[in-house]
Each structure stands twice: as C-alpha cells, then as structure tokens.
Design a binder for this molecule. Structure first.
Ligand SMILES: [Ca+2]
Length: 192
C-alpha cells in the first residue's frame, strides 16, 4: 500500500494552508470516531439527506490517509459542483484500489455518495466492515464526465453495533478496466 501522492501534492498543501477546510475545522472526535459536520450537500440533486465529508474525501489536503494499491494521485481538476474552492481530485489508475481512512457510521443504513468521472470501464465501490469483511455495494458504469453517484447503501447488518452506537468502516474504490477520477466523497452516517 502506498500513500496517495504525486508531485502536485505539495501545491495542494500550499493552497489548503491558506484556506483550511471549514468542515475539518468544525468536526468533533467522539471516541475513535470523528464525526464531521453534516449538511444537505446534495440538496440541488433532490437529496435532502444529511452528509458529512469522509476524512480527506475532498482530496484537497496532503497526508489525507487514503491509500492505494498502485498508480493513483491527486490531480488538478475543476470538479466544482459543490462550489467553494475545490481544485483537486483523486485519479485512480486502471485496476487500482483506493481505500479511505475510517469513516464514522451507525447502523441505520448509512449512505455513500461522491462525484466520479470515467470514460470507460467501471468503478467498484466496496465497504470494509468492522469485522474485516468486504462487500461490493455498487458497480458504477462509465460516466463520460463528472457525475454524482447514486446513493450507495452500506449493509446495516454488517456493522455489528446496537442502535445508537457508532462504528467505523472504510470505503474502498476500484477503477476497473480504465482509469477514473473521484472527488467529494461524502457519507450520510445516519446518526440522527
Ligand atoms: Ca476536490
């Protein structure tokens, strides 16, 4: 496993040092979970659910903890659907898997949603559950350009926690048969 980085990473860090993420600044640690600020970020797409940015999921910072199995990096790409100062996206090479740091959720059918861009092949979205099991929760067809994924549901029964308890999962994204770009990985943790 290698850290996600390219020669461009240093430039991304410089940008972020000037303008730190508001989401990161307001997040709060609860036990081993870091609960992000939740907002209706996909309301313009008719989705009223409350989402929080997965740690490092905007790829605007270096050392974000995401790891890859091969060629992947942060690239300058103006995926700017959510507005703000989003300047960087993750590029995943053909056949490469990108894995997130732990993401905080509870058991009431948490959701994953993000932006993806791929002109060929498909993008597989797996979830690594607390017991180490891995399930494929979505396989997305080529988009042709930046596109918001559907709501990707995690398997509630795999989380192994009681109502109201928090746990962590990892999101594992694989570019199958072609390279893809992703950005703005959000989770609706269902912690109401
Ligand atoms: Ca970004």
């Amino acid at each position: 496993m290698t850290k996600v980085r390219t020669a461009l990473v240093a430039s991304a860090a410089a940008l972020v040092a000037v303008a730190p993420s508001a989401v990161a600044a307001k997040s709060a640690a609860v036990g081993t979970c870091t609960v992000p600020v939740l907002a209706q970020v996909f309301a313009p797409w008719g989705d009223a659910n409350l989402y929080g940015l997965a740690p490092g999921g905007d790829f605007e910072t270096t050392g974000n903890g995401w790891t890859s199995t091969g060629a992947a990096g942060i690239v300058r790409d103006a995926e700017n659907s959510l507005g703000g100062r989003d300047r960087w996206a993750a590029e995943i090479g053909r056949g490469v898997t990108l894995t997130s740091t732990p993401v905080c959720v509870n058991k009431d059918f948490p959701l994953i949603r993000f932006f993806a861009s791929g002109t060929a092949g498909s993008l597989r979205v797996d979830v690594v559950y607390p017991d180490g099991s891995v399930r494929t929760e979505a396989t997305l067809p080529a988009t042709g350009g930046w596109s918001l994924t559907p709501q990707i549901k995690m398997a509630s029964g795999q989380l192994g926690v009681a109502d109201g308890q928090l746990t962590t999962v990892r999101i594992r994204i694989t570019a199958q048969d072609a390279s893809w770009r992703i950005d703005d990985v959000y989770v609706d943790p269902r912690m109401r």
